[in-house]
Design a protein around this ligand. Structure first.
Ligand SMILES: Nc1ccn([C@@H]2O[C@@H]3COP(=O)(O)O[C@H]3[C@H]2O)c(=O)n1
Ligand SMILES: [Zn+2]
Ligand SMILES: [Zn+2]
Length: 252
């Protein structure tokens, strides 16, 4: 069955034109928010939606453009019996997330001493597929972003690789396509300069054509318009546009 991806934003952490690179995945009444950055509250309103429509939220890593909207998300009234948003994340991220300054407003709510006091926390193990809804499975893959800090890419429905924030990993991309059945790669892309904690366009362009043609670009800077038409087979994902994610093993 087809699921639908809508990027709340496709910008990098410093973009003034694009919202933070956060996404919603929809599967017939189930809505997964992937990352919740500083701009997520504004971006979801711009779509005419609200956090109340989000079923569960997943966090890939701890940077402001991925977690800065969590305080507002936690404050959105929920209908569930526990009244809290379910937060899916790797165990390694739980304590660092609670200690992050952007979550400090939640520390000041009466009687809160841990992330579990404000969210329904569901720890996920890497390299383990989870069924989130009838047509959506998700697996965390720990991948390099900032030295010494945990960060996770996503494998959706065993066939869509969502890089989150990632340094260039050509061998991983080849492995995913050749051995894991990946048919679509949604990849962060630093358009210019040296890639220290992200993958650059130049690096992605160095991949074989068979891989490039599977890639769509996200997490880019405000320079994006001048790069249009100069990214080879790799088209830009556009924020707020809804994309079907077809061709997955679960379809067959
Ligand atoms: N000059 C820079 C470069 C980067 N950064 C932070 O590093 C993060 C890398 O991942 P990100 O999610 O793109 O967010 C970046 C900034 O928070 C920063 O704060 N200053
Ligand atoms: Zn980022
Ligand atoms: Zn990051």
């Amino acid at each position: 069955m087809t699921i639908y991806l809508q990027m709340l934003g496709t910008g990098d952490a410093f973009s003034t034109k694009y919202y933070n690179n956060n996404a919603v995945l929809q599967d017939h009444g189930y809505t997964l928010l992937i990352d919740c950055g500083v701009t997520a509250p504004q971006a979801i309103k711009a779509l005419g939606k609200s956090f109340q429509e989000v079923t569960e939220t997943l966090i890939t890593h701890i940077h402001g453009d991925h977690i800065g909207g969590l305080a507002e998300l936690a404050g959105t009234p929920r209908q569930e019996p526990h009244g809290k948003m379910t937060l899916l994340l790797a165990e390694t991220l739980i304590e660092p997330l609670w200690q992050h300054p952007l979550l400090e407003p939640l520390h000041r709510k009466g009687g809160t001493r841990s992330l579990a006091d404000v969210f329904n926390v569901k720890p996920l193990k890497p390299d383990t597929p989870y069924t989130l809804s009838p047509s959506l499975t998700l697996e965390l893959i720990r991948t390099p972003h900032m030295p010494g800090k945990a960060s996770y890419s996503l494998l959706l429905n065993e066939c869509v690789f969502y890089s989150a924030d990632l340094t260039f990993q050509p061998e991983l991309l080849l492995h995913l396509v050749h051995n894991r059945g990946v048919t679509k790669i949604l990849h962060d892309c630093q358009l210019s300069g040296r890639g220290q904690v992200h993958t650059t366009l130049r690096e992605l362009m160095s991949l074989p054509e068979e891989i490039r043609k599977l890639i769509r670009l996200m997490h880019y800077s405000d320079e994006k318009p001048k790069f249009e038409g100069h990214t080879g087979e790799m088209e830009f994902l556009e924020q707020q546009v809804t994309y079907p994610l077809p061709g997955c093993r679960k379809d067959t």
